[in-house]
Ligand binder design. Structure first.
Ligand code: 13P
Length: 256
């Protein structure tokens, strides 16, 4: 399985800044067959960046998409409208769930729409600090994972990616804490176990499971070395092109 290094730029960079960043990264980056590099700029920048990007080096992702294909949904942009621009689409990021009120039902409809439109959803799941404190991590992970995948047919299981992002470890969360490799391993094991139980060993093994939350060049090696971690979803550190490139190089070394 490939290792995925995904940069989620969130609501940062103007279109011009996004283009400059991509230019810098394209100049530095080396291609490795077993490492898939993906960046998720803001929606505004997807069109120009889709013309600028060299897809052999970097793939593009959206950060969200609406589940209806067309119609009277003011302000929304659908998976079918972005399908020619990107290969991936992040769905169910905790900021969308907790700040913008996205429900498990929205998330599963969006996952289905992204697949229907020929892209790969990166389904984000993760518990908050409060949920963890209350011993609800297992239930939250199970609900978000199985509900998010409930409209995905078994033939499409090789077209999805899961990202575990504990909300309490995301760098911009108030009083964020760094997750330890042991914290992460426990939940990655749970995710792999739930996938195997639900879809069978063979199909479950095709699904990459990434980690995200305060990933930096200084901890990427430790996180990528966790058994069952198939890549990283990076926020803040992905906004610095040299650091993001360093993480790609670290991934290459860890997987060598
Ligand atoms: P940070 O890497 O800034 O903690 O963000 C993680 C994240 O939310 C990526 O989607």
């Amino acid at each position: 399985m490939k290792t995925y290094i995904v940069g989620n730029w969130k609501m940062n960079f103007t279109v011009g800044e996004s283009s400059l960043y991509l230019h810098k990264l394209l100049q530095r980056i080396k291609t490795y067959r077993d490492i898939e590099v993906v960046v998720a700029p803001s929606l505004m920048a997807l069109q120009p960046l889709s013309l600028q990007v060299d897809r052999r080096k970097i793939k593009l992702s959206a950060q969200n998409a609406y589940f209806q294909d067309f119609g009277a949904y003011t302000g929304e942009v659908s998976a079918s409208q972005i399908r020619s621009l990107v290969d991936y689409c992040i769905i169910g990021h905790s900021e969308r769930r907790h700040i913008l009120g996205e429900t498990n039902k929205d998330v599963r409809q969006k996952v289905a729409a992204v697949i229907r439109n020929g892209m790969t959803p990166i389904l984000c799941i993760g518990e908050t600090a409060e949920e963890r404190k209350n011993g609800e991590t297992t239930d939250i992970i199970r609900d978000q994972l199985l509900s998010g995948l409930s409209e995905v047919s078994s033939e499409d299981l090789d077209k999805i990616i899961i990202a575990y992002e504990p909300v309490w470890a995301i760098s911009t969360t108030k009083a964020a804490k760094m997750a330890t490799p042991d914290d992460i391993k426990e939940v990655l094991d749970l995710i792999h176990k739930l996938l195997k139980k639900t879809y069978g060993e063979e199909d479950a093994e095709k699904i990459p499971v990434l980690y995200g939350g305060s990933v930096k060049a200084t901890n990427a090696e430790a996180y990528l070395s966790i058994p069952g971690c198939n890549g990283l979803l990076i926020g803040g550190a992905s906004l610095i092109a040299p650091e993001f490139n360093d993480i790609i190089e670290i991934a290459k070394q860890v997987r060598a």
